[in-house]
Design a protein around this ligand. Structure first.
Ligand code: TMO
Length: 314
């Protein structure tokens, strides 16, 4: 009996050793992991942060500028390996469409919750420039507060670049019955939004812009407008009339379905990786307030936050 037990134990041990050995030999491919960069600061800094983490594991990394909607198709067909900031409101549909076609996997969710919404700087509320805000219905009474030289007498909503979510906001304006008193202008870049916010603040003038959290503006107290709450199917693209606000959403990570096989160590790290609202705000802030380059911001963030990211690799 004792002999049998020993034999079983020995067999189990040798099986365990074989597994451990084969795991150790499942080395990552030396083929580069392709990381996309888009047109807002935290995403680009985080691209270099994650690339730096992969490099610390011995991986090769390549960065490609990519359209933030088309990237999910590029991940699906393997031209791009990952997406590290899949914002529910803006990219959820493209992400799930690509997943449904096959080739994209859900690699987990960041700790940070997200909101991508129109809003106003805190002083607009504090100085009562449009009484009743942040409730959206207050907008009906004060379009002139938000008028600009190019808005034809209407209040202006300064949207982000149209590549982010197309006609979402123009449709919403009309669906809420605000189309006669407000108009949407698209900013050419995120920097154009920050420049407009800075000049409005200097002049103490009313301004409505698209913005999001986590972002560097979290520290200033940007106030999001409260629209009728988001429900599945409320958007025009999903069959609704579009008269709803954005979801209080998730921030996910996506990967090509082969990534866990080609780069098991990097994939394991990527799937564990999760950043908080504060950490993502820091990444944006190093560029948008600190004026570092994206690469330098990532280097600084990695150097200052080893205790945060090292555990993802272990
Ligand atoms: C995708 N974005 C964070 C700019 O809303």
């Amino acid at each position: 009996m004792k002999n049998l037990k020993n034999k079983v134990a020995a067999a189990t041990l040798s099986l365990a050793l074989t597994c451990a050995t084969s795991a150790a030999f499942a080395e990552d491919s030396s083929k580069p992991i392709v990381i996309p960069t888009h047109n807002w600061s935290s995403q680009v800094v985080m691209a270099y942060v994650i690339g730096g983490i992969f490099e610390s594991l011995g991986n090769n990394v390549e960065y490609v500028p990519a359209d933030s909607q088309a990237v999910y198709e590029a991940i699906r067909n393997g031209d791009v390996t990952i997406s590290h900031e899949v914002w529910q409101s803006t990219f959820g549909a493209s992400f799930y469409n690509a997943m449904e076609k096959g080739g994209v996997i859900d690699a987990g969710t960041h700790e940070a919750a997200t909101l991508e919404e129109m809003g106003v700087p805190r002083y607009v509320i504090d100085n009562n420039l449009c009484p009743g805000l942040p409730n959206w219905e207050a907008l009906k009474s004060c379009p002139e507060v938000f008028a600009t030289a190019d808005s034809g007498g209407k209040g202006r909503w300064l949207e982000g670049p149209q590549s982010w979510h197309g006609d979402l906001m123009p449709v919403r304006l009309d669906a809420l019955g605000l189309g006669d008193s407000y108009t949407v202008k698209f900013a050419g870049s995120a920097d154009a939004i920050w420049a407009e916010l800075a000049s409005a603040k200097k002049e103490g003038r009313g301004i409505i812009t698209f913005n999001w959290t986590p972002n560097f503006t979290d520290a200033d107290g940007f106030v999001f407008i409260e629209f009728p709450s988001y429900k599945d199917g409320c958007r025009k693209a999903d069959g609704g009339d579009g008269s709803c606000g954005s979801p209080k959403g998730w921030l996910k990570k996506a990967a090509n379905y082969k990534f866990p096989k080609t780069h098991p160590k990097a994939y394991k790290t990527f799937s564990r990786l999760s950043f908080s609202t504060e950490q993502i705000g820091q990444m944006a802030s190093l560029v948008d307030i600190g004026k570092l380059s994206h690469q330098d911001a990532a280097k600084k963030w990695l150097a200052d936050n080893e205790a945060v990211w090292k555990p993802f690799t272990e």
